[in-house]
Design a protein around this ligand. Structure first.
Ligand code: F6P
Length: 365
């Protein structure tokens, strides 16, 4: 009879609540107890901030009806990684402290036998450190960016791509009606999975991703070639981590540059530069956190439920130090280190990339 705890760390992703429900029900159905740690590990590290408890019991009632809900009922945070916790010293300087020992002790105080840590690369790194300190931990991969290694997909990604695709569809009609260039910026700090998959599905004309430094002149040439074919409008998808080729000078006038930065980073820069190069009216839409909210798609719900249940089965089998991973058609377990050794970026020879190129989508290269 195990007493387990679950925590969710990093940016939220549609499907987190489905994981929680699957973990709680799978545990209760085995006669175990299940607890939720509030706001990442803050429920343990800052217990005084939680008058009703930083570690709360999760019951059938707590997880009733939460499968389709966005967010996470136990909270999350991407501030205050316990491996490098920012701490203010009396002299005003801020240092980073390893506070994982406090988590080990905190779990012992609550009599927790094992932890299920749901999160991205940061959470898997913490899970790995806790494993080395003797805690039984199972990781569950989560990020809308899909950049976590060791798993074919993370939950939240499909929902983000579906939303971005719908947005691109909508932008097509207004782009055509006004004969404009519509630039849509999507999340993806290190990898272009969302931009690529939504860009191909939504038939964008150019897709700029972190994996391929872009030449803005090549993107402008694509827009102009469409004009020459009688299609004086274009849709350009930009991942927030996309970067111009080395040595390229911003085409935005210095007095405009500050404004562009304030307005939204790379999407704004691309839009202003394309406007300058093509002479065509350009608008920018930043989807940002809209991609992280709302109801998970059926795929993400099912994946999240499968991941949660598989994490509990792993504990029952006596496993620790592993992450649940999608390896179609099944889920398997991979060492936590496999998830953290590198970011999973888009392979440039992947079938989806080849498809995009066959369809004539420009990557600005
Ligand atoms: O979940 C990852 C991510 O979506 C990144 O693409 C993005 O840069 C980041 O979250 C933003 O998160 P926040 O605004 O919560 O710091």
């Amino acid at each position: 009879r195990l007493r387990i705890a679950i925590c969710t760390g990093g940016g939220d992703a549609p499907g987190l609540n489905a994981v929680i429900r699957a973990v709680v029900l799978s545990a209760l159905n085995r006669g175990w107890e299940c607890y939720g740690i509030r706001d990442g590990f803050n429920g343990i590290l800052s217990p005084k901030s939680y008058p009703r408890g930083g570690v709360i019991p999760l019951t059938r009632d707590t997880v009733h009806g939460i499968t389709p809900l966005g967010g996470t009922i136990i909270g999350t945070t991407n501030r205050g990684n316990p491996l490098r916790y920012p701490t203010l010293l009396p002299d005003g300087t801020v240092i980073e402290r390893d506070r994982t020992d406090e988590i080990v002790n905190g779990l012992a105080v609550y009599g927790i036998d094992a932890l299920i840590s749901v999160g991205g690369d940061g959470s898997m790194e913490i899970a790995s450190a806790l494993t080395r300190k003797g805690v039984r931990v199972i990781g569950v991969p989560k990020t809308i960016d899909n950049d976590l290694d060791g798993t074919v997909a993370t939950f939240g990604f499909d929902t983000a791509v579906a939303f971005a695709t719908e947005a691109i569809d909508r932008l097509h009609t207004t782009a055509e009606a006004h004969q404009r260039v519509m630039v849509v910026e999507v999340m993806g700090r290190y990898a272009g999975w969302i931009a690529l998959n939504a860009g191909v599905s939504g038939t964008a004309h150019a897709v700029l991703i972190p994996e391929i430094p872009y030449d803005i002149h090549k993107v402008a040439a694509k827009i102009k070639s469409r004009e020459a074919e009688g299609r004086p409008y274009s849709v350009v998808v930009v991942a927030e981590g996309a970067r111009p080729i080395e040595g390229s000078v911003s085409l935005i006038a210095p007095k405009e540059a500050g404004r562009a930065e304030r307005l939204g980073g790379i999407g704004e820069r691309v839009a202003r530069e394309l406007e300058a190069l093509t002479g065509r009216e350009t608008r920018v839409v930043v989807l940002g956190h809209l991609l992280r909210g709302g109801t998970p798609t059926t795929f993400d719900r099912l994946l999240a439920l499968r991941f949660g249940a598989a994490a509990v089965r792993a504990l029952e089998e006596g496993q620790s130090g592993v992450m649940v991973a999608l390896d179609p058609p099944t889920v398997r377990y991979v060492p936590l280190e496999e998830a953290t050794r590198r970011m999973k970026t888009v392979p440039l020879d992947s079938d989806t990339m080849l498809t995009a190129r066959d369809l004539g989508i420009s990557f600005g290269d």
